[in-house]
Write a protein that binds this ligand. Structure first.
Ligand code: ATP
Ligand code: MG
Length: 335
């Protein structure tokens, strides 16, 4: 491991940028997919507002944060201020309404960390999750979307990293690997750390967006149109960034001591967060601080077995970018 970490970036890595860029373009959803998704959202709003006229529907997750694929599921949050009904009963009611509206495979999953109704849109076959009052997810979706406006290289890096993680079957938080949300946080942090930096740290700047949800402060600078030149001094292109991203997670990250933090735009120590010993099921083997819920380690789902799988995948990816003649193909070979 030590010897490999001395590796220099191959001098011809840039020559792979056009092939990664073409791949990136194929990953962006078509306008037609966006139109379908908007149509679905307005249908849902109509049928839910019949039952709850004051309810608001928020799109969150990858269709709202701009990091979606055409087949990404649609994440919807119903915001409703109704103290008379329990969330549990409301979810069951939502499930009934969806069945009446001909959605398929309607399931109320009430025992999850975030209880949802899951169903399939019969027209597009796309899966759709509805939750109630999960406003923190709506806020962190906006943070991700705002970062995406600052520099196009974040969008390129995220779509390719997500495509890689899905191809290699390491994008399944319920099986001990990492969620899409976590991969986006890793990409933002990585671009904050480039020299010169490609992304700023919005939470360290003067807050123009302030919101407190369940006691959690979600404050940051959101006038991002003013930052569109932020990364201009850094000329790195997508192939160089991919090499550096995988090289970092394969050989440079200090898994024993470090926590990556988008909130501070830097690395902080496990010690400082008291994430050194296992508490309950939280093992802290790869530490990624949630930008708003700072006591939450997004890596807590990872165990001894899956951390090994993740690290082997980072090493495989770094090695492919180092030596493979066709990295934009080999990287995504299905697991
Ligand atoms: P995909 O295209 O794979 O569906 P996604 O961006 O929708 O990607 P998910 O991981 O499915 O990502 O999560 C959906 C949303 O739920 C995220 O955008 C985020 O707002 C919220 N979320 C997911 N996991 C967490 C978490 N561990 N902590 C806080 N919010 C989370
Ligand atoms: Mg999603």
């Amino acid at each position: 491991r030590a010897r490999k970490s001395q590796r220099e970036r191959p001098c011809d890595i840039e020559t792979f940028t056009p092939s990664f860029f073409s791949l990136y373009e194929t990953l962006i959803p078509a306008e037609e997919d966006k139109a379908n998704q908007e149509h679905l959202l307005s249908l849902l709003a109509k049928s839910l507002n019949k039952e709850w006229p004051e309810a608001q529907l928020h799109l969150y997750g990858s269709w709202a944060n701009t990091f979606g694929f055409s087949n990404s599921d649609i994440d919807i949050c119903i915001a409703i201020d109704d103290s008379t009904a329990s969330n549990h009963n409301m979810l069951l009611k939502v499930a009934d309404i969806m069945e009446l509206n001909n959605f398929q495979n309607v399931q109320a999953i009430t025992n999850a960390r975030v209880p949802i109704v899951r169903m399939t849109d019969p027209v597009t076959g796309i899966s759709c999750d509805i939750c109630i009052n999960n406003l923190l997810a709506v806020a962190n979706t906006k943070l991700l979307k705002d970062y995406a406006q600052i520099d196009d290289r974040l969008h390129q890096l995220v779509l390719i990293v997500k495509h890689w993680a899905k191809s290699r079957a390491i994008n399944e938080a319920y099986r001990g690997t990492l969620s899409s949300y976590t991969y986006v946080i890793m990409c933002i942090h990585f671009l904050q750390q480039r020299k010169p930096a490609i992304l700023p740290c919005l939470q360290e700047m003067e807050a123009t967006y302030t919101l407190t949800i369940d006691g959690v402060e979600c404050n940051y600078f959101d006038q991002v149109q003013e930052l569109s030149n932020f990364g201009a001094k850094n000329k790195e292109n997508i192939a160089q960034l991919l090499w550096a991203f995988f090289h970092y997670w394969a050989y440079k990250h200090d898994y024993k001591n470090d926590v990556i933090s988008v909130r501070t735009g830097s690395i902080i120590s496990k010690q400082e967060k008291h994430w050194t010993t296992r508490v309950g099921n939280d093992r802290h083997l790869i530490c990624i601080e949630d930008p708003f819920e700072t006591s939450r380690d997004l890596g807590r789902v990872v165990d001894k077995h899956t951390v090994k799988i993740l690290r082997e995948e980072f090493e495989r990816a770094a090695d492919i970018l180092q030596y493979d003649p066709k990295p934009s193909v080999t990287l995504f070979e299905p697991y």
